[in-house]
Ligand binder design. Sequence first.
Ligand code: NAD
Length: 273
Amino acid sequence: MVEENANKVPGVRVGIDLRGKVALVTGSSSGLGMEIAKYLAKAGATVAIHYHSEKQQADQVAANIVGNGGKAVVFGGDVSNKSEVESIFNSIDEELGSIDILVNNAGIDGKRELCGDDNTEDWEKVIAINLMGPYYCAREAVKRMKKSGHGVIINITSVHEYLPWSGYTAYCSAKAGLSMFTKTLAQEVSDFGIRVVAVAPGAIKTPINKAVWGNPDTYKDLLEKIAMPRMGEPIDIAEAVTFLASDMASYITGTTLVVDGGMLLYPAFKHGG
Ligand code: NAD
């Protein structure tokens, strides 16, 4: 990573170096988490790959990292279950000795249901995974980072921390809540050398939204919602996360970096109106 990112200006060398750091990426058996894990490993971090139910996929991600000269260990558990989260962190303590970077990535968007016609269990599940999960993981990370005197927590929110999305009240509420959790926690831990930031992806091509990009009609409709003429790729998010995890972002805390190709720019106004 240092070599690849090396600035071409003679005498100047700029790069991201996460060697010696241990990073946990929740939900890294697929989609954004997988790409983030691979990218952090490329930058030199030892990565704790985490899965919920896709162990085989998680093992493949770890094998890919190890095959490329990196370090990765696989851990399983449900982020919405407090004791399972505690076990994950205890296992990381035993196997990797520390945690320097936590990426709260695991999440679901849930079923499309209108409030009043919805099932409260579905609502609770989205809140449990997308908001309680990052909280359970952050509290375990903070306990350890306070002792070591440093750390970075990166919460993957969404453009829906800002944008309402009919039929997804739980998802939008969880992501907006995670945004305020980011800011408040950043304030709480700033004296301990710990930074807390959020990354808000727009529409990125992963399994979570395959039903949309896999259908030509819904794909066309989606592209009209983005100012730039393309959907995002997982690497767009992985690069932003890796930057925020690094010392290049050492004065950034309590804020959200939006990575959305301009989805929040009211693209319908692009041609006037
Ligand atoms: P994905 O479905 O590929 O990944 C979601 C991951 O979360 C999976 O690895 C899954 O196993 C894990 N997970 C689900 N429930 C879990 C649980 N109870 N415990 C532990 N892990 C669990 O989708 P993705 O697009 O990679 O999503 C990753 C994150 O990015 C999510 O938080 C999502 O809300 C957010 N996001 C994605 C997009 C997008 O366009 N892809 C946009 C905005 C935000």
